[in-house]
Design a protein around this ligand. Structure first.
Ligand code: ADP
Length: 258
């Protein structure tokens, strides 16, 4: 609680009245603390791939005159992964700015939902048949911003890979008549009850994950904003120890009316 007060004095300069107000600033304090944590984590997260990239380039420079070997290829691949990681971090940071300035623009087109979801699996290096099965209404066509929705799905999948290592991931498409529901499920540790209402907040990271795994606490916040802009809903169903199912819904458009 913060208190602000001002004394009112009479003609003799004696304080007669105190006018004041109190305000609960717990939320603001929590937000500020998360933001401070965020800045130090963000710099650390960017520094790690940068350091790795520098080391790789130095090493490549040392062996640049030697015949091209498997080692060269491995180093180049490692450099690529570091660049991709930094690219994703920068994308998140840019998106957060755009969202808070109300500038997230959607570019809607018609596309096949199953193909989009399978594309998400392969873009994070998962085999759509074995590690990331897509089931349900595979023919469903959606009218939405394919790239942004892909970003939501990729966030769900990369979180499942990160927080539920080794667990199979399954993706389902449900046609609910006037809406579609897309769910990404894992068999990992689940979300603690007290964290569920906050995981879609900016900078929030549940305590079960913050020490063990790195992250900026932005992925689900950005995902929620993208889904809201599509007039959909987003949520999670999870029981601790029994995995998590992250889902979102979108209103279905009638293609014949377009
Ligand atoms: P980040 O992964 O960068 O921390 P996110 O916004 O993507 O940020 O996720 C917020 C938090 O939600 C994570 O810190 C983690 O505690 C929790 N979380 C997200 N996905 C999962 C999952 N599949 N299993 C368990 N916890 C999860």
């Amino acid at each position: 609680i913060a208190a602000y007060g001002k004394a009112r004095y009479d003609d003799e300069g004696v304080a007669r009245r105190i006018v004041g107000m109190t305000a609960d600033i717990t939320d603001r304090k929590t937000f500020e603390r998360r933001k401070d944590d965020f800045l130090s984590i963000a710099s650390h997260e960017l520094k790690t791939p940068l350091t790795s990239l520098k080391a790789v380039l130095q090493f490549l420079n040392l062996i640049k005159d030697q015949p091209f070997t498997k080692r060269h290829v491995q180093l180049i691949e490692q450099a690529n992964r570091s660049m991709d990681k930094m690219g994703r971090l920068m994308d998140d940071l840019l998106h957060v700015n755009r969202i808070s300035e109300g500038q997230l623009q959607l570019q809607k087109t018609w596309f096949n939902s199953a193909r989009m979801l399978e594309g998400c699996c392969s873009s994070v290096g998962l085999n759509a048949d074995e590690e990331c099965a897509v089931t349900g209404d595979l023919d469903l066509e959606l009218y939405a911003d394919e790239q942004r929705l892909g970003q939501v799905v990729i966030n769900f999948i990369t979180n499942a890979v990160k927080y539920a290592p080794g667990s199979p991931i399954s993706i389902s498409i449900e046609n609910l008549g006037d809406q579609v529901k897309i769910t990404v499920a894992d068999n990992g540790p689940g979300i603690p009850e007290e964290a569920k209402s906050q995981i879609f907040d900016r900078y929030f990271r549940a305590s079960h994950s913050s020490n063990e795994y790195t992250g900026l606490g932005l992925g689900l916040y950005i995902s929620a904003e993208i889904v809201k802009r599509h007039n959909g809903r987003i949520g999670v169903h999870s029981e601790p120890g029994k995995g998590s199912s992250f889902w979102f819904t979108l209103p279905l458009e009638d293609r014949s009316k377009r």
